[in-house]
Design a binder for this molecule. Structure first.
Ligand SMILES: Cc1cc2nc3c(=O)[nH]c(=O)nc-3n(C[C@H](O)[C@H](O)[C@H](O)COP(=O)(O)OP(=O)(O)OC[C@H]3O[C@@H](n4cnc5c(N)ncnc54)[C@H](O)[C@@H]3O)c2cc1C
Length: 324
């Protein structure tokens, strides 16, 4: 019997949903193969998040708590992850594929002499390690990858798995950690949000994305109102980020963010391959476009053909009615 370890990422004082998706999947495949599933929390207030992950079935939760983890910094995070990895010696160490994870995954693999497969959309245990599906070439191609090693690190795109509760009373293990100030060569002073937007597109359950069909402030206001009533993040096609209508950080696609919310509403977006590469993993896709032949309808679950300026007002009113 071996161990599958899952890293639970904390951002802005919250557990990242995508980490819990990965833990849910690890619990499922771990139970099926007779492996134990454990989790690791690393944060300045790590112990306060233990309760939030108890219900996802880990048998042990390793807690690394130190003020050095107040902001993300590669050096201390890498040191803590390596320490826990050495202690637990997992057959698989699974992460949600976040910006911070991307920063340290290669270094951790080198440090721990482990194989690594990054940014997969699914993975399973194989007799020799881990088999995974990995979208490549702007998600046009799905690569089947296999890591052959008795220690495999894998990172998983958000939205790849559903949350699945599986209550267990986990043993909480406090991990000793200290870091000499001299070891930390770079410090992070402040994080300033480029947009002031509170909904992180990587974690958003719903996204309303605007394309060139949005022509003016009236259109932007309709997108903002729809996003607000759905508690959704606002995204945009490159047509609107390049023209300065929306901040570049909101661009979705091949050269923007790759997102996978439960609901993606594409408003006035044609569905160019470079845009679709960033949102095709969304659970339910709704497209509003006046051109019935727009390629976005090929990936949409629901399509509304018509002028968005006429469609959105009654659409918003209906949602308001349902919500009240
Ligand atoms: C290397 C490379 C990388 C790229 N990376 C990205 C990327 O990351 N993300 C990205 O988005 N793009 C990217 N692009 C650009 C991409 O090819 C498209 O040009 C872009 O996605 C088009 O944006 P759009 O759909 O908003 O605009 P358009 O293609 O102009 O489509 C506008 C749509 O709005 C509809 N419309 C217009 N008016 C209305 C109305 N009143 N009501 C309803 N519908 C209406 C039209 O029918 C049309 O389908 C990239 C391109 C290259 C070459």
């Amino acid at each position: 019997m071996s161990t599958i370890l899952t890293y639970i990422a904390i951002t802005d004082g919250k557990i990242k949903r995508s980490s819990l998706e990965v833990l849910s999947h690890c619990k499922k495949i771990g139970d099926a193969a007779g492996h134990t599933v454990e989790a690791v929390l690393i944060d300045a207030n790590a112990s306060s998040f233990v309760e939030g992950i108890q219900k996802y079935g880990a048998s042990k939760i390793h807690v690394v708590e130190d003020p050095v983890f107040t902001n993300h910094m590669n050096t201390p995070l890498l040191k803590a992850l390596a320490k826990v990895m050495e202690k637990v010696n997992p057959a698989v160490f699974a992460f949600a594929s976040t910006e911070s994870t991307k920063d340290i995954l290669g270094a951790l693999a080198a440090n721990q002499d482990a194989a690594v497969i990054a940014d997969v959309s699914s993975f399973e245990l194989s007799p020799n390690g881990v088999k995974a599906k990995r979208p490549v070439m702007a998600a046009k191609i799905m690569a089947n990858a296999e890591a052959i090693s008795d220690r495999v690190i894998v990172s998983v795109r958000s939205g790849s798995y559903d949350l699945n509760e599986s209550p267990a009373s986990a043993e909480v293990i406090s991990v000793d950690f200290s870091m000499d100030e001299n070891e930390v060569k770079a410090t992070l002073k402040e994080i300033i949000s480029a947009t002031g937007d509170t909904v992180d597109l990587n974690e958003a359950e719903a996204i309303v994305a605007a394309g060139r069909g949005i022509k003016d402030d009236e259109g932007k206001a309709l997108v903002a109102e729809l996003a607000s009533i759905l508690n959704a993040g606002i995204g945009a096609s490159r047509a609107l980020t390049e023209s300065g209508v929306y901040d570049p950080s909101l661009q979705i696609g091949q050269t923007g963010k790759v997102v996978s919310p439960q609901l993606y509403i594409a408003v006035g977006i044609s569905g160019a391959i470079q845009h679709v590469a960033g949102m095709t993993n969304s659970k339910v896709i709704v497209a509003i476009n006046k051109d019935p032949d727009a390629p976005i309808f090929e990936v949409a679950d629901y399509g509304i053909v018509g002028d968005l300026y006429k469609i959105l007002p009654p659409f918003i009113e209906e949602i308001k009615k349902i919500k009240s």
